[in-house]
Design a protein around this ligand. Sequence first.
Ligand SMILES: Nc1ncnc2c1ncn2[C@@H]1O[C@H](COP(=O)(O)OP(=O)(O)OP(=O)(O)O)[C@@H](O)[C@H]1O
Length: 820
Amino acid sequence: MMDPQQKAHTNLFDVYLRLRPPQTGNTSAEKFLLVEESEEGDVPTHITLNPPNDRRRAIEKFAFTRVFEEDATQLELFQGTKVLSLVESALSPHGGDGTDGLLATLGMTGSGKTHTMLGCRSQRGLTQLALDVLFRSIRSNIVDYDSNPTLEASIRSSDASEASIYPASTFLDSIFGDIAAPSRAGSRATTPMIVRPSHINCRPQFPGQFPDTPSGVRLVRHRDDLSYIPVLSTPPTQKRKGAALPKTSVTSLESKLTDTSSPKKHYMAPTSAVKNKYATKPSLFKGDHLPQPSSRRPLQRPSALPQMPDISSVRASCDPSAEYAIVISMYEVYNDRIFDLLTPPIKSNATKDFRRRALLFKCTETSPDRKVVAGLRKVMCSSLQEALMVLEAGLHERRVAGTGSNSVSSRSHGFFCIEIKKRRRGRSNGPWSTSTLSIVDLAGSERARDAKTQGATLVEGGKINESLMYLGQCLQMQTDLNNNAKPNLRLFRQCKLTELLFTNSFPSATASHSAANRRAPQKAMMIVTADPLGDFNATSQILRYSALAREVTVPRIPSITSTILSNGNAIGNFQPPESSTLSSSPISSPVAHHRPLFHPSGTHSRTFSPVSDTDRGTMENAALEIARMADMIDQLNADLAREAEARMAAEAHLMSMEDRIIDLEQDIREECYADFEQRLAMEMNRWKASLSLEQERGEEHWDRKVEVLARSVGVVVTAPSDEDEVENEDKENVLIENLEQENERLRREVAILKRELSSRTPSKRAPLQERGDVPSTKSEISSLGGKMEQLKVSSGSPTKRVRKLPAKKWENAPADDDPF
Ligand SMILES: Nc1ncnc2c1ncn2[C@@H]1O[C@H](COP(=O)(O)OP(=O)(O)OP(=O)(O)O)[C@@H](O)[C@H]1O
């Protein structure tokens, strides 16, 4: 019989199975999953999968570390799994560095993963219980941030992931508003832990229904968009409606959370780019604020948390000679990219929507041997309440959507990381060692047909299924390890999820540095959730790759020969066995089951045979052929299923690549836009500068031209003094008068001459030159020209400049140039 504990030491994960109670309204479905009874005093560890409506299909039996039946409570789960041991290993009570721990859930959508990890409105989940036991266990060993000013700096310098680290008070103030103030609604519809006070929610509400929304409309955040879109959906199950808690189970947090007596420390909230740039120099942020991202209202500050189940008597051992600090971070893997859940999204300049920057899982300067998620925002918490509030803030940012399978379905794999920092007590400058307890709520696999998803949600589903398929392949590495084969480390680098989950399983294989080599492999445990009334095929697929051991029992189909023989009334009494057990081994491949060949001869005795030996031989040959063909059909079916799965994965990959391309295109567009804007501004400035330069040059050029012109015509421009001005004015007036008189005289003379001329006969007209009163000589003409010139110049100059004209052109004209 298969034994899950047999080779437990080589398992990467302890694997627990939790069955969910039937969903309301799903009473008619056939139960295909049965828990096998355990021996007296033992916990159940095996289940049987009976294919519904198909007696020909194999019956599978699976083994787990432990099976929790439908009625198992959150407390039983906490006590029956090794959560406490994970916490204790991370604390390392006997000195030395702690061990990393991983607690993950896996299952179909709607099977109860989030319920197990985060609980419901009246019951806490494993995350809150782990935090509770952690803080209670180190109560007297936790560092006091307020009394040690150098503490924050030393914690920051111990961080190897280029993170920006803030005290909880500063972080929470930047995220949560006043209880009574207008604020964004609470977290993912039914963040299980929050119980809102009655004075805030006056009218009765379903969980998942925010204040101020019409009844029946639940607000579900969709993808990157932070504006909430109303989604019509069925109200969550009665269980989730979270009947009012008994008063004793709710503790008021207001006093703690709104306490302003302790001095607040403020840090500047850098943009992600700045943050990444300066992440290694945290002191730069000190003394500044952590502002609200523009146009996002603060979250509604919850006032009370569920306290059940009560684990106040449970404690993990901690190292009495050590002091501890707790640092929390949260991120999600969405479409194979990592996004920080504690850093608010940044408004894009180009598209005006809020977007997050994907983070890298990489080696850093201070962590050259070990990959870390770089650039996260982390929060130092000194109490359980602070840690729970940080959890609430992060959950609010996690992507969820209503699907046909689950009204609040996680669309990403959520990581909640508790870093437990430890150093020798009393050594205020001593180095910190860090062990991390990661709690992972995986998104559930789903069938598009059942989930009724389309568009972006369908792509998300494809990506989720793809990453879970890779996870399945990695989990099957447990088989390799059980067979003492070398694990194939390339498998877990296939996608971000498996890389994040398995990197710490083989620290010595991934690190070359000697210090890193000393790290112990993480302790990991997986809780597989399943609905015994849900989708048989999907559930059996998940169980196949997650179970610690599997056994396949193939029912035998009566062969043609035996049918003929038994029906022929004269044929022998052969009765084939009902079924045959095919394998009993630790995890066998999902497609490894084969129908056994049927060998009719020699298994039964004949009493009467009217059929001739030739006929019998023919029939037996035919039966053998049929069995062979049936086997081939099975093989082909298995191949087909594998190919279909691969095709689905490829399609999902394609879709996610398309999605990635869109994202990339968006990023590139934004960068180009910003680049273009910057260049445009630079170009404008350059253009303006060159324009003004050109103008200056133009003016200079014209000044020079005027100067040259003035010089070429001999004009001397002088700035006249006041006396000169008066004198020049007088001279001008006299000159004008003279010229006017002269003009008058000339007009008269011209008139006389005209009269004379008209009275003469044309033949007797004398040429003008003969007249003595008409200027004829050169000197007379030049004096008249000079007078006119003087008049023109002096009367046309409002600036009272005096031009001295030393030479007149007509003076130099040849004598025969007669002006008339
Ligand atoms: N053991 C349980 N007891 C009571 N209610 C449960 C249990 N398991 C699940 N539920 C209820 O079933 C619903 C779906 O559960 P949950 O959201 O935890 O599923 P999930 O596996 O996280 O789904 P997804 O992968 O889509 O996020 C919830 O309303 C939850 O309260």
